[in-house]
Write a protein that binds this ligand. Structure first.
Ligand code: TRP
Length: 334
């Protein structure tokens, strides 16, 4: 059975962009694959973050993932920092990663442009990502389009380590990019992103969904109520494809083209569609929120299962590299 690994930063609650872009894929995969999903808190500290919020955001992400349909019976869900082997392997992989490749990464270039002093962690971010994946010798990595370049580097790191230690040990993981179009934020400008406030959360209440949708950007040609529009130029029309049925989607397009409906009418229908589509997610989210002990338990069991696999890999890695074994202390069973 192919092994799947993916990671997501603890940005708090999932939004529909994350959901359509990646998480929906994970949920489909968990039935037929061995799946590990990690909330990668050590990646999130490479950029500005608030220590007083990190734990809450990690917990909120776990709740969102479970509410969205990640099933702990089928899939190992855990927090990256709970399995310290991620950082350990990451160090080892720094020694086979070409600096030039790291500097070439688009995300590094984007993120470092915005900083006065660039932390080395931002540069080394893809190495930690490589460690996440290679630690479990995963075959498939379902991610958004923006991670394809990182995955190419992960494959190179695997090849380099294999070559250096004459071991055919790490498989070269394949990126698996979902079919969803890139989901643009409600401002109609950039990627949907929680920090930009242009999102709809998957556990948002219907009132909140409406608040977010009401001012959302539509086809700029529709200046007044009677101007006809082009649905293909409207970001919300894309969302209708995911959250409304086919008849509604067709009707929406007609009403837009001949100015039968105003944008607000169209948004009301979309708000309805999103609210009802996400109702079961909202309900599961509320149940989990009321039972944080249960969530902590799921994450603990996940870290246990992941830790077992991680320790196996690390012991083989050290052996291939000729790293001295520690003597076992008396009475130790490990
Ligand atoms: N860099 C990924 C992102 O921002 C998150 C991530 C970290 C990840 N480790 C990973 C994704 C391993 C896939 C596999 O989306």
């Amino acid at each position: 059975m192919p092994r799947v690994f993916s990671g997501i930063q603890p940005s708090g609650e999932l939004h529909i962009g994350n959901y359509l872009g990646a998480v929906r894929n994970w949920i489909d995969l968990q039935d037929k694959h061995e799946c590990l999903i990690s909330i990668v808190d050590y990646h999130s500290i490479t950029q500005d973050f608030d220590p007083s919020e990190l734990t809450t955001k990690t917990m909120d992400m776990a709740i969102s993932l479970l509410a969205a349909g990640i099933d702990p019976e089928k899939c190992t869900l855990f927090v990256q920092s709970h399995v310290p082997e991620h950082t350990e392997l990451s160090w080892i992989l720094t020694t086979v990663t070409p600096l030039g490749e790291l500097e070439r990464m688009t995300q590094f270039k984007d993120k470092s442009r915005r900083q006065e002093s660039i932390p080395a962690g931002l540069l080394n971010y893809p190495i930690l990502q490589a460690a996440d994946i290679l630690l479990y010798r995963a075959d498939l990595v379902p991610v958004g389009e923006d991670q394809v370049q990182h995955l190419e580097l992960v494959r190179e790191i695997a090849r380099k380590w294999n070559a250096r230690y004459k071991a055919d040990f790490f498989p070269e993981p394949k990126a698996m990019v979902g079919t969803a179009k890139r989901i643009v934020g409600l401002d109609g400008e950039t990627k949907m992103s929680k920090s930009l406030g242009n999102t709809i959360g998957i556990v948002d209440e219907p009132e909140r969904i409406w608040e977010q949708l009401k001012p959302a950007k539509t086809d700029p040609a529709r200046v007044t109520r009677n101007d006809p529009g082009d649905p293909e130029k409207c970001n919300l029309y894309t969302l209708h494809h995911y959250f409304s049925n086919e008849a509604t989607v067709n009707n929406v397009a007609d009403q837009c083209r001949n100015a039968g409906w105003g944008c607000l009418d169209c948004k009301k229908v979309l708000a309805q569609g999103i609210s009802s589509h996400l109702e079961p997610v909202r309900e599961r989210g509320a149940e989990l929120r009321a039972d944080p002990g249960r969530v902590a338990e799921i994450l603990r069991d996940g870290a246990k299962a992941a830790g077992r696999l991680a320790r196996e890999t690390m012991s083989e890695v050290r052996e291939h590299m000729g790293v001295m074994r520690a003597a076992r202390s008396q009475g130790s069973h490990t």
